[in-house]
Design a protein around this ligand. Structure first.
Ligand SMILES: [Zn+2]
Length: 432
C-alpha cells in the first residue's frame, strides 16, 4: 500500500487521497484587466470523489468506535458556485505509480513512526516544505508544490476529528456511501478528493485536528481564499473562524481598485468571514467597474450576493441614463432652461453629447454590456457645456454682453455631483 505523503494524525483511520492537486483555481473573467495568476490552482466546482478502496495497512489504524458517530445528518443544499457537492461516486483509481512527490514528503519509515510519541513525532510535519511556514511571499511557497506536477497526495487523518468538525466528512463516514460501509467494516477507509490545493487542504486539516501551532499566521490572499473555500465546502467553518483576525490582519493589503480577480477573492473572504467593511468596499468596486453581468468566478459566494450586485449595478446605470433622457425631454418641453435660447442650446448640446457617447439611440438596455457605471459617470462628466452670450440687459450700465449663467446652463448644474462609485452592499441586509 502506498504510504501517506502527509500525516496529520498518526493513528488516523482515514486516508484522504487527493488527486489533481494542480488543477486551476478560479479563472478570471474575460472583462478583467489583469491578475491572471502565474500558477495553477484548483477549481472550485469539483466534486468530492471517494473510493472504497481498502487500506492495506490495518495495523496502523485503530478500530473506530462506530456507535459514537452513527448519526446521519441531512446535508444542506449547496448553492452558488458549487456543483455536485457530494457527487454519486464513481470510484477513482489512484495512480498506479507512486509519484515522486510522495517520496519527497513521505514519512521515512512507518515502523519508526509508529514507535514515536503521538504529536511530536509526525515526520511529515517535521519535514514539511517551506509552504508550511508562515506564508510571507505570495506564490513562492506554491511553487514548491507545483513545480513537479505533483498532483497526488495521501493524507492520514483522524476520522473522529473529521466527523466532529465537518458535516460533510461525517456524512461520508457514517452515511450510506461505500466509504462509510468500508469504514464500519474495516475501521479504516480511503476518501478521495480532487483538485484541491494540497497546501490549503493541509492547513484546513490541521485546523480540524486542533494543531494550531502548525498553521501559518500569515497567508496570501490566494491561499486564504483556497482555505476558506475548502472550509465552506466541507462545512467546517468553525475550524477556521478562530483565525479570522489573525489572517485578515496579516494580509496587510488594501482592496484592489481595479476590476480584477483579487477583488473577487476579497469578496469571497469578506462574505465567508462576515467582514462588513471589506464586503461593502469589494461589492462597491465590483458593481461600479463591471461592464457586464457579474459572475461569482466559481467562488461559493451566495447567489443572493451576486444577484444583489447585478441588480444594484443595473439600477445605478439605468437611473443615470434615465436622468439623461428625462433632462433632455425637460429641455425640449421647456420645463428646464431659463428661456427659449437656454433650453434650446442645452437641448442641442445634450443631444449631441448623448449621441456621441452612445447613450441616445439606441438607448442602452440591461444588462448594459460593455458599460460600467464608473465609465458612464465619466462620460457624463466629460459632456462639454456650451457657452453663449446673453444680450446685455437694458439696465446694464455698460451694455456689454456676458456669458449666460443660470441653474440650467451647464451640465454640472443640470446633473449635480456624480459619484463614480456605487454604494457597496450591506452585509447584514443580505444575511437577513
Ligand atoms: Zn439659462
Amino acid at each position: 500500500m502506498n504510504p501517506p505523503s502527509h500525516v496529520i494524525n498518526l493513528d488516523g483511520e482515514v486516508i484522504i487521497v487527493l488527486l489533481n492537486a494542480d488543477s486551476l483555481f478560479t479563472e478570471p473573467s474575460e472583462d478583467m484587466i489583469t491578475h491572471r495568476f502565474p500558477h495553477n490552482l484548483p477549481e472550485l466546482n469539483d466534486t468530492i470523489q471517494n473510493t472504497a478502496k481498502d487500506m492495506k495497512r490495518p495495523e496502523d489504524y485503530i478500530e473506530t468506535p462506530k456507535t459514537i458517530f452513527g448519526g446521519k445528518r441531512k446535508g444542506k443544499k449547496k448553492k452558488g458556485g458549487y456543483k455536485n457537492v457530494r457527487a454519486p461516486l464513481e470510484p477513482i483509481s489512484p495512480p498506479t505509480e507512486e509519484p515522486a512527490i510522495a517520496e519527497e514528503y513521505a514519512i521515512a519509515e512507518a515502523p519508526a513512526i509508529a514507535e514515536a510519541p503521538a504529536i511530536a513525532e509526525e515526520p511529515a510535519i517535521a519535514e514539511e516544505p517551506p509552504a508550511e511556514e508562515p506564508i510571507e511571499q505570495p506564490f513562492e511557497t506554491n511553487l514548491v508544490f507545483e513545480s513537479a506536477n505533483r498532483g497526488y497526495f495521501r493524507i492520514q487523518v483522524s476520522a473522529k476529528h473529521l466527523m466532529l468538525a465537518s458535516s460533510v466528512f461525517r456524512k461520508i463516514l457514517t452515511g450510506s456511501w461505500k466509504e462509510s460501509i468500508t469504514f464500519l467494516e474495516k475501521g479504516s477507509v480511503e476518501i478521495t478528493a480532487e483538485s484541491w490545493d494540497i497546501e490549503a487542504l493541509l492547513i484546513l486539516l490541521r485546523a480540524i485536528h486542533g494543531q494550531q501551532y502548525q498553521i501559518p499566521r500569515k497567508l496570501t490572499l490566494e491561499m486564504l481564499a483556497k482555505v476558506t473555500v475548502l472550509a465552506d465546502y466541507y462545512e467546517c467553518k468553525e475550524a477556521v473562524y478562530i483565525w479570522t483576525t489573525t489572517w485578515i490582519d496579516a494580509l496587510g493589503e488594501e482592496l484592489p481598485k481595479t476590476y480584477c480577480r483579487d477583488l473577487f477573492l476579497w469578496l469571497w473572504i469578506s462574505w465567508f468571514f462576515q467582514l462588513p467593511a471589506q464586503f461593502k468596499d469589494s461589492t462597491s468596486t465590483i458593481m461600479s467597474l463591471s461592464n457586464d453581468w457579474i459572475s461569482n468566478l466559481g467562488l461559493p459566494v451566495s447567489d443572493k450576493v451576486t444577484e444583489a450586485m447585478n441588480n444594484c449595478r443595473e439600477e445605478a446605470i439605468d437611473n443615470l441614463i434615465r436622468r439623461l433622457h428625462q433632462t433632455r425631454r425637460d429641455l425640449l418641453d421647456g420645463s428646464r432652461g431659463c428661456g427659449f435660447e437656454c433650453s434650446s442650446i442645452m437641448y442641442g448640446a445634450l443631444t449631441k453629447e448623448m449621441q456621441l457617447n452612445n447613450l441616445l439611440s439606441p438607448r442602452p438596455t440591461p444588462p448594459f454590456p460593455s458599460l460600467s457605471y464608473k465609465c458612464l459617470v465619466q462620460k457624463v462628466l466629460s459632456f462639454k457645456s456650451p457657452q453663449w452670450y446673453s444680450r446685455p440687459s437694458s439696465y446694464s450700465s455698460y451694455g456689454s454682453s456676458h456669458h449666460h449663467i443660470c441653474l440650467h446652463s451647464s451640465f454640472p448644474f443640470l446633473f449635480g455631483t456624480l459619484n463614480e462609485f456605487i454604494r457597496g452592499l450591506d452585509l447584514h441586509n443580505l444575511n437577513g
